[in-house]
Design a protein around this ligand. Sequence first.
Ligand code: GTQ
Length: 348
Amino acid sequence: MTSDTADALRAAYYERIAAQQMSPLWESLHNLVPKAPQPKALPAIWKYAQLRDLVVEAGSVISAEEAVRRVLILENPGLPGKSSMTPNLYAGLQLILPGEIAPSHRHTQSALRFIVEGEGAWTAVNGERTTMHPGDFIITPSWTWHDHGNPSVEDGGEPVVWLDGLDIPLVAQMDAGFAESYPEATQPLSRPEGDSFARFGQNMLPVRHRVSDPTSPIFSYPYARSREALDALYRNGELDEWDGVKLRYVNPATGGWPMPTIATFMQYLPSGFKGRAYRSTDATVYCVVEGKGTVKIGSGEFNFDAHDVFVAPAWAYVQLSASVESVVFSYSDRPVLAALNLLREERV
Ligand code: GTQ
Protein backbone atom coordinates (compact mmCIF):
# COMPACT_ATOMS: atom_id res chain seq x y z
CA MET A 1 0.00 0.00 0.00
CA THR A 2 1.45 3.40 -0.97
CA SER A 3 1.41 6.16 1.60
CA ASP A 4 -1.03 8.07 -0.66
CA THR A 5 -3.48 5.19 -0.43
CA ALA A 6 -3.02 4.96 3.32
CA ASP A 7 -3.67 8.75 3.65
CA ALA A 8 -6.79 8.48 1.50
CA LEU A 9 -8.07 5.56 3.59
CA ARG A 10 -7.44 7.53 6.77
CA ALA A 11 -9.16 10.63 5.41
CA ALA A 12 -12.21 8.58 4.42
CA TYR A 13 -12.21 6.92 7.84
CA TYR A 14 -12.01 10.33 9.59
CA GLU A 15 -15.03 11.45 7.59
CA ARG A 16 -17.03 8.40 8.61
CA ILE A 17 -16.22 8.77 12.32
CA ALA A 18 -16.90 12.54 12.12
CA ALA A 19 -20.45 11.70 11.07
CA GLN A 20 -20.77 10.02 14.48
CA GLN A 21 -19.32 13.04 16.36
CA MET A 22 -16.00 11.31 16.88
CA SER A 23 -12.45 12.31 16.00
CA PRO A 24 -9.01 10.66 16.20
CA LEU A 25 -7.14 11.64 19.35
CA TRP A 26 -3.81 10.76 17.71
CA GLU A 27 -4.15 13.79 15.41
CA SER A 28 -4.59 16.25 18.32
CA LEU A 29 -2.88 14.61 21.30
CA HIS A 30 0.02 17.10 21.36
CA ASN A 31 -2.35 20.07 21.36
CA LEU A 32 -4.69 18.57 23.93
CA VAL A 33 -1.88 17.54 26.26
CA PRO A 34 0.92 20.04 25.56
CA LYS A 35 4.39 19.70 27.08
CA ALA A 36 3.97 23.20 28.56
CA PRO A 37 1.20 25.82 28.55
CA GLN A 38 0.43 27.22 25.07
CA PRO A 39 -1.56 30.35 25.90
CA LYS A 40 -3.53 31.98 23.12
CA ALA A 41 -3.54 35.20 25.14
CA LEU A 42 -0.74 37.56 24.09
CA PRO A 43 1.37 39.99 26.07
CA ALA A 44 -0.18 43.43 25.51
CA ILE A 45 -0.33 46.94 26.94
CA TRP A 46 -3.04 49.60 26.98
CA LYS A 47 -1.45 53.07 27.15
CA TYR A 48 -3.70 55.25 29.27
CA ALA A 49 -2.50 58.47 27.61
CA GLN A 50 -3.84 57.14 24.28
CA LEU A 51 -7.20 55.90 25.51
CA ARG A 52 -8.14 58.30 28.31
CA ASP A 53 -9.98 60.74 26.00
CA LEU A 54 -11.88 57.85 24.41
CA VAL A 55 -12.97 56.58 27.81
CA VAL A 56 -14.23 60.04 28.78
CA GLU A 57 -15.95 60.37 25.38
CA ALA A 58 -18.08 57.32 26.28
CA GLY A 59 -19.76 59.75 28.69
CA SER A 60 -21.32 61.60 25.75
CA VAL A 61 -22.22 58.40 23.87
CA ILE A 62 -24.40 56.85 26.58
CA SER A 63 -25.47 57.59 30.18
CA ALA A 64 -24.41 55.31 33.02
CA GLU A 65 -28.07 54.57 33.71
CA GLU A 66 -28.82 53.46 30.14
CA ALA A 67 -25.56 51.51 29.84
CA VAL A 68 -26.08 49.94 33.31
CA ARG A 69 -22.28 49.66 33.34
CA ARG A 70 -20.52 52.14 31.05
CA VAL A 71 -17.35 50.21 30.43
CA LEU A 72 -14.86 49.87 27.60
CA ILE A 73 -13.77 46.24 27.59
CA LEU A 74 -10.03 45.65 27.23
CA GLU A 75 -9.77 42.58 25.02
CA ASN A 76 -6.61 40.56 24.69
CA PRO A 77 -5.56 40.63 21.00
CA GLY A 78 -4.93 36.87 21.17
CA LEU A 79 -8.51 36.20 22.33
CA PRO A 80 -10.60 38.06 19.72
CA GLY A 81 -14.35 38.14 20.33
CA LYS A 82 -13.98 36.66 23.80
CA SER A 83 -14.20 39.89 25.85
CA SER A 84 -11.36 38.43 27.87
CA MET A 85 -7.98 39.59 29.05
CA THR A 86 -6.88 36.07 29.95
CA PRO A 87 -8.71 32.74 29.64
CA ASN A 88 -10.22 33.25 33.11
CA LEU A 89 -10.25 37.00 33.63
CA TYR A 90 -11.90 40.07 32.20
CA ALA A 91 -10.75 43.70 32.34
CA GLY A 92 -12.55 46.92 31.49
CA LEU A 93 -12.37 50.65 32.16
CA GLN A 94 -15.51 52.05 33.74
CA LEU A 95 -16.45 55.74 33.67
CA ILE A 96 -18.85 57.42 36.04
CA LEU A 97 -19.59 61.13 35.68
CA PRO A 98 -20.73 63.54 38.39
CA GLY A 99 -24.40 63.07 39.26
CA GLU A 100 -24.61 59.60 37.72
CA ILE A 101 -25.66 56.27 39.18
CA ALA A 102 -24.82 52.82 37.83
CA PRO A 103 -27.90 50.91 39.03
CA SER A 104 -27.78 48.11 41.58
CA HIS A 105 -27.46 44.52 40.46
CA ARG A 106 -25.80 41.30 41.52
CA HIS A 107 -24.23 38.37 39.74
CA THR A 108 -22.27 35.24 40.47
CA GLN A 109 -19.18 36.74 38.88
CA SER A 110 -16.78 38.27 41.41
CA ALA A 111 -15.60 41.81 40.63
CA LEU A 112 -12.82 44.11 41.71
CA ARG A 113 -12.47 47.83 41.11
CA PHE A 114 -9.07 49.43 41.00
CA ILE A 115 -9.44 53.21 41.01
CA VAL A 116 -7.43 54.85 38.23
CA GLU A 117 -8.36 58.53 38.45
CA GLY A 118 -10.84 60.91 40.05
CA GLU A 119 -12.05 61.34 43.60
CA GLY A 120 -15.34 61.05 45.39
CA ALA A 121 -17.37 58.43 43.53
CA TRP A 122 -18.73 55.60 45.67
CA THR A 123 -19.56 51.92 45.47
CA ALA A 124 -22.19 50.38 47.71
CA VAL A 125 -21.85 46.71 48.69
CA ASN A 126 -23.94 44.85 51.25
CA GLY A 127 -25.69 47.99 52.48
CA GLU A 128 -22.54 50.05 52.96
CA ARG A 129 -21.01 52.74 50.77
CA THR A 130 -17.33 53.34 50.34
CA THR A 131 -15.77 56.43 48.77
CA MET A 132 -13.22 55.80 46.05
CA HIS A 133 -9.74 57.30 45.87
CA PRO A 134 -7.09 56.59 43.20
CA GLY A 135 -5.17 53.42 44.02
CA ASP A 136 -7.93 51.97 46.23
CA PHE A 137 -8.80 48.33 45.65
CA ILE A 138 -12.49 47.55 46.17
CA ILE A 139 -14.28 44.21 45.92
CA THR A 140 -17.85 43.36 44.99
CA PRO A 141 -18.01 39.65 45.80
CA SER A 142 -20.15 37.08 44.06
CA TRP A 143 -23.91 37.61 44.48
CA THR A 144 -23.63 40.86 46.47
CA TRP A 145 -25.80 43.81 45.42
CA HIS A 146 -23.64 46.63 44.13
CA ASP A 147 -24.31 50.06 42.74
CA HIS A 148 -21.91 52.85 41.92
CA GLY A 149 -22.51 56.60 42.05
CA ASN A 150 -20.85 59.96 41.85
CA PRO A 151 -21.88 63.21 43.62
CA SER A 152 -23.05 66.15 41.50
CA VAL A 153 -20.54 68.78 40.38
CA GLU A 154 -21.97 71.16 43.03
CA ASP A 155 -21.13 68.53 45.65
CA GLY A 156 -17.60 68.14 44.36
CA GLY A 157 -18.11 65.27 41.93
CA GLU A 158 -15.57 64.75 39.15
CA PRO A 159 -15.26 62.12 36.40
CA VAL A 160 -13.97 58.89 37.90
CA VAL A 161 -12.39 56.02 35.98
CA TRP A 162 -11.61 52.64 37.43
CA LEU A 163 -10.38 49.29 36.16
CA ASP A 164 -12.93 46.51 36.50
CA GLY A 165 -11.49 43.03 36.97
CA LEU A 166 -13.94 40.14 36.90
CA ASP A 167 -13.87 36.35 36.55
CA ILE A 168 -16.42 36.55 33.70
CA PRO A 169 -14.65 34.07 31.34
CA LEU A 170 -14.09 31.56 34.15
CA VAL A 171 -17.74 31.68 35.21
CA ALA A 172 -18.83 31.38 31.56
CA GLN A 173 -16.58 28.33 31.13
CA MET A 174 -18.29 26.81 34.18
CA ASP A 175 -21.77 27.72 32.87
CA ALA A 176 -22.43 29.17 36.32
CA GLY A 177 -23.50 32.73 35.45
CA PHE A 178 -26.60 34.14 37.14
CA ALA A 179 -27.55 37.83 37.46
CA GLU A 180 -30.44 39.98 38.57
CA SER A 181 -31.29 43.66 38.85
CA TYR A 182 -32.28 45.33 42.11
CA PRO A 183 -35.79 46.83 41.88
CA GLU A 184 -34.44 50.33 42.71
CA ALA A 185 -31.45 52.20 41.28
CA THR A 186 -29.63 52.04 44.62
CA GLN A 187 -29.73 49.47 47.40
CA PRO A 188 -30.85 50.56 50.89
CA LEU A 189 -27.97 51.51 53.18
CA SER A 190 -27.92 49.67 56.49
CA ARG A 191 -24.51 50.63 57.83
CA PRO A 192 -22.50 53.88 57.84
CA GLU A 193 -19.38 54.20 55.69
CA GLY A 194 -16.34 52.70 57.41
CA ASP A 195 -18.33 50.15 59.42
CA SER A 196 -16.79 47.02 57.91
CA PHE A 197 -13.31 48.54 57.99
CA ALA A 198 -13.69 49.23 61.72
CA ARG A 199 -14.86 45.65 62.33
CA PHE A 200 -12.40 43.81 60.14
CA GLY A 201 -9.72 46.20 58.86
CA GLN A 202 -7.73 46.86 62.06
CA ASN A 203 -6.06 43.48 62.67
CA MET A 204 -9.02 42.61 64.89
CA LEU A 205 -12.29 40.75 64.38
CA PRO A 206 -15.63 40.97 66.13
CA VAL A 207 -15.26 38.63 69.08
CA ARG A 208 -17.89 36.13 68.00
CA HIS A 209 -17.22 36.35 64.26
CA ARG A 210 -17.57 33.00 62.50
CA VAL A 211 -16.20 32.58 59.02
CA SER A 212 -19.21 31.61 56.92
CA ASP A 213 -18.07 32.38 53.39
CA PRO A 214 -14.74 32.59 51.57
CA THR A 215 -15.07 36.28 50.72
CA SER A 216 -13.38 39.13 52.59
CA PRO A 217 -15.64 41.03 55.02
CA ILE A 218 -13.87 44.29 54.15
CA PHE A 219 -14.54 45.54 50.67
CA SER A 220 -12.23 48.53 50.42
CA TYR A 221 -8.47 48.33 50.72
CA PRO A 222 -7.35 51.99 50.73
CA TYR A 223 -4.24 52.91 48.77
CA ALA A 224 -2.89 55.11 51.57
CA ARG A 225 -2.52 52.02 53.77
CA SER A 226 -0.98 49.78 51.10
CA ARG A 227 1.44 52.50 49.98
CA GLU A 228 2.55 53.17 53.54
CA ALA A 229 3.25 49.48 54.12
CA LEU A 230 5.32 49.13 50.93
CA ASP A 231 7.24 52.30 51.77
CA ALA A 232 8.06 51.18 55.29
CA LEU A 233 9.25 47.78 54.11
CA TYR A 234 11.49 49.34 51.48
CA ARG A 235 12.94 51.76 54.05
CA ASN A 236 13.57 48.73 56.31
CA GLY A 237 15.66 47.16 53.58
CA GLU A 238 13.26 44.68 52.04
CA LEU A 239 13.83 44.17 48.31
CA ASP A 240 13.24 40.98 46.39
CA GLU A 241 15.31 40.62 43.21
CA TRP A 242 12.25 39.51 41.23
CA ASP A 243 9.40 41.43 42.85
CA GLY A 244 10.83 44.54 44.48
CA VAL A 245 8.61 44.87 47.54
CA LYS A 246 5.43 42.90 46.85
CA LEU A 247 2.47 42.28 49.13
CA ARG A 248 -0.72 40.36 48.53
CA TYR A 249 -4.14 41.52 49.66
CA VAL A 250 -5.86 39.25 52.20
CA ASN A 251 -9.20 38.33 53.61
CA PRO A 252 -8.48 39.38 57.23
CA ALA A 253 -10.79 36.69 58.63
CA THR A 254 -9.05 33.77 56.91
CA GLY A 255 -5.67 34.94 55.64
CA GLY A 256 -6.83 33.78 52.20
CA TRP A 257 -7.49 35.83 49.11
CA PRO A 258 -10.11 38.60 49.25
CA MET A 259 -12.29 36.65 46.79
CA PRO A 260 -12.16 32.94 45.93
CA THR A 261 -11.30 33.32 42.25
CA ILE A 262 -9.06 36.41 42.02
CA ALA A 263 -5.74 37.17 43.70
CA THR A 264 -4.58 40.77 44.06
CA PHE A 265 -1.17 42.26 44.71
CA MET A 266 0.58 45.60 45.08
CA GLN A 267 4.30 46.05 44.53
CA TYR A 268 6.85 48.80 44.90
CA LEU A 269 9.82 49.09 42.53
CA PRO A 270 12.52 51.57 43.57
CA SER A 271 14.05 53.93 41.03
CA GLY A 272 16.57 52.03 38.91
CA PHE A 273 15.14 48.60 39.83
CA LYS A 274 15.87 45.86 37.29
CA GLY A 275 13.87 42.79 38.22
CA ARG A 276 14.86 39.22 37.39
CA ALA A 277 12.60 37.03 35.24
CA TYR A 278 9.67 35.19 36.79
CA ARG A 279 6.88 33.06 35.40
CA SER A 280 3.90 31.19 36.75
CA THR A 281 0.80 29.39 35.55
CA ASP A 282 -1.53 32.15 36.71
CA ALA A 283 -2.12 34.87 34.10
CA THR A 284 -1.79 38.38 35.49
CA VAL A 285 -3.26 41.79 34.68
CA TYR A 286 -1.23 44.79 35.88
CA CYS A 287 -2.28 48.40 36.44
CA VAL A 288 0.43 50.98 37.07
CA VAL A 289 -0.41 53.30 39.95
CA GLU A 290 2.65 55.54 39.91
CA GLY A 291 5.94 55.73 38.10
CA LYS A 292 7.53 54.70 34.84
CA GLY A 293 9.56 51.81 33.57
CA THR A 294 9.68 48.87 31.21
CA VAL A 295 8.30 45.38 31.34
CA LYS A 296 9.41 42.36 29.33
CA ILE A 297 6.67 39.78 28.91
CA GLY A 298 7.63 36.73 26.87
CA SER A 299 9.02 38.11 23.61
CA GLY A 300 7.32 41.50 24.12
CA GLU A 301 8.78 44.60 25.71
CA PHE A 302 6.72 47.63 26.72
CA ASN A 303 7.36 51.00 28.30
CA PHE A 304 4.87 51.69 31.05
CA ASP A 305 3.64 54.90 32.64
CA ALA A 306 1.12 55.64 35.37
CA HIS A 307 -2.40 54.22 34.70
CA ASP A 308 -1.26 51.88 31.91
CA VAL A 309 -2.69 48.35 31.95
CA PHE A 310 -0.71 45.35 30.74
CA VAL A 311 -1.19 41.61 30.72
CA ALA A 312 1.14 38.65 31.20
CA PRO A 313 -0.22 35.33 29.87
CA ALA A 314 0.36 32.14 31.82
CA TRP A 315 3.91 30.81 31.82
CA ALA A 316 5.36 33.86 30.03
CA TYR A 317 8.50 35.28 31.64
CA VAL A 318 7.86 38.67 33.24
CA GLN A 319 10.63 41.10 34.07
CA LEU A 320 9.85 44.51 35.57
CA SER A 321 12.20 47.48 35.56
CA ALA A 322 11.56 50.97 36.92
CA SER A 323 13.26 54.18 35.79
CA VAL A 324 11.65 56.13 38.62
CA GLU A 325 10.07 54.78 41.80
CA SER A 326 6.96 52.90 40.73
CA VAL A 327 3.96 51.18 42.27
CA VAL A 328 2.08 48.48 40.38
CA PHE A 329 -1.21 46.77 41.24
CA SER A 330 -1.99 43.36 39.76
CA TYR A 331 -4.64 40.64 39.77
CA SER A 332 -4.60 37.05 38.61
CA ASP A 333 -6.44 33.73 38.67
CA ARG A 334 -3.92 32.30 41.16
CA PRO A 335 -6.52 31.08 43.72
CA VAL A 336 -8.14 28.93 41.04
CA LEU A 337 -4.84 27.43 39.90
CA ALA A 338 -3.78 26.85 43.51
CA ALA A 339 -7.09 25.21 44.49
CA LEU A 340 -6.79 22.82 41.56
CA ASN A 341 -3.15 22.04 42.29
CA LEU A 342 -2.12 23.62 38.96
CA LEU A 343 0.02 26.45 40.25
CA ARG A 344 3.65 26.33 39.14
CA GLU A 345 6.21 29.07 39.43
CA GLU A 346 9.75 29.64 38.29
CA ARG A 347 12.09 32.36 39.49
CA VAL A 348 15.05 32.49 37.12
O1 GTQ B 1 -19.79 46.78 37.72
O2 GTQ B 1 -21.07 45.07 37.91
O3 GTQ B 1 -16.99 45.79 33.76
O4 GTQ B 1 -21.34 43.43 35.97
C1 GTQ B 1 -18.61 44.11 33.69
C2 GTQ B 1 -19.71 43.50 34.27
C3 GTQ B 1 -18.58 45.71 35.46
C4 GTQ B 1 -20.22 45.69 37.31
C5 GTQ B 1 -18.06 45.20 34.30
C6 GTQ B 1 -20.25 44.00 35.42
C7 GTQ B 1 -19.68 45.13 36.03
